[in-house]
Design a protein around this ligand. Structure first.
Ligand code: ZN
Ligand code: ZN
Length: 392
């Protein structure tokens, strides 16, 4: 199959995600990246929805079709993939993106640097999503020293960046409210303390080097991070050991970070500001070179003593079949059921916090209902992960 050559197709940038490049091509035809991929896969016959664009390792046959249609060297496209850029990095060290059906609609819910977007616009080039923004430890832009953003500053929803053509250039907009995401440079939400930002950036860069280096170093880091986010004192606690580091009476883990309590790899599941705090805590408690298996610093010993076993360890007795995750199609079906639920429709006018509570209840109910249908006991299901289903 040789698709027709597209008349206009920009080249990929060296540090760009494959989905970002395809979104830049697609926006020139009024399409999303997935719509364009479907069009090319069907040789222009219809706009079907193929598998979501996989930035980690795009299917070679699909990448070849995109490359032919856009007049780009197929190997150049493959070099954009995360597995080619970071061959030793495991999947758990990337930002968790949620279900595939959400990813496919946009350039992706990737944390972004508004200053990078502003720099793209100032330079007269397309805005694009950088591959480094997908790394789990990456919460500060090295070029601008600003915290990455994962919420729209206007509608405050989880940021899904779409690219739209404006005056011949791709511009980044919020997929929910269409706000152009450049020009504010993180105003009002960036950490005010530049020393803290510099400290976290140094930790971030050290982690990046470790994760892509020797495996023992990475395992030590993973243990240290899992200790910080272990449940405090008891396996079902909603607070993590990190609460001890905050040392504030009555501190409660906010809803947006609660799913990371007890997670095996918490960093990639956290909003960027929580990743920022986790990096600072990691450095403060474990030092610049975590050695969890050796003599621990006294602060780390204190925290480690209060770390309860993670809930997931209790699930080791479960039969193997019960740990199987749901497919993207199942998640999509559940999400559509929730979207059509009268309770969710009625919640549209409610404040964000109430909407989030209702959403959590509906997700729990949907997952429980799904388990009943599949004949699996509810108690055997993995814990509900609020990130697993995103309601637009
Ligand atoms: Zn930047
Ligand atoms: Zn918005």
């Amino acid at each position: 199959m040789t698709p027709r050559r597209l008349p206009v197709a920009p080249r990929p940038y060296r540090d760009e995600l494959p989905s970002s490049w395809l979104a830049r091509v697609a926006c020139r035809y009024g399409l999303t990246a997935q719509e364009l991929a479907g069009h090319l896969a069907d040789d222009g016959n219809c706009f079907s929805s193929p598998a979501p664009i996989d930035d980690r390792d795009p299917a070679a046959d699909l990448a070849k079709v995109w490359a032919q249609a856009c007049g780009v060297d197929p190997d150049r496209l493959q070099r954009l993939s995360l597995t080619r850029r970071f061959p030793r990095r495991p999947q758990s060290w990337y930002v968790s993106l949620g279900p595939a059906w959400l990813r496919s609609a946009t350039a992706g819910p990737t944390p972004v640097c508004f200053a990078c977007f502003a720099a793209d616009i100032d330079a007269g080039r397309d805005a694009y999503l950088r591959a480094g923004w997908r790394l789990a430890e990456h919460c500060i832009c090295p070029a601008h020293g600003q915290l990455l953003h994962d919420r729209c500053w206007s509608c405050h929803r989880r940021l899904c960046v779409a690219l739209r053509l404006h005056e011949g250039r791709a511009r980044p907009v919020c997929n929910h409210c269409d706000l152009v995401l450049a020009g504010r440079g993180g105003e009002g939400v960036q950490p005010q303390d530049r020393a803290l930002v510099r400290a976290a950036l140094a930790v971030q860069q050290r982690i990046t080097a470790s994760v892509q280096g020797e495996i023992p170093e990475r395992e030590q880091l993973e243990k240290a991070l899992a200790t910080l986010w272990a449940p405090l004192d008891r396996p079902t606690a909603a607070r993590s050991v990190l609460a001890l580091w905050f040392n504030e009476v009555g501190w409660r883990c906010p809803y947006e970070a609660r799913h990371a309590v007890g997670a095996e790899a918490p960093l990639g599941q956290l909003p960027t500001r929580w990743r920022f705090l986790t990096l600072l805590a990691l450095n403060d408690v474990f030092g610049s070179d975590p050695r969890v298996d050796d003599a621990l610093p006294s602060a780390a010993v204190h925290l480690a003593r209060r770390a309860a076993p993670r809930q997931i360890r209790l699930s080791n007795r479960r039969p193997r079949v019960q740990a199987v995750k749901r497919s993207s199609a199942e998640y999509e079906r559940l999400a559509r059921e929730i979207l059509a639920d009268p309770g969710w429709i009625a919640a549209e006018a409610l404040p964000q916090r109430k909407r989030e509570r209702i959403r959590a209840r509906l997700i729990d109910a949907a997952l429980a209902g799904n388990s009943a249908v599949s004949g699996t006991r509810l108690s055997s299901q993995p814990r509900c992960d609020p990130q697993a289903i995103q309601i637009p």
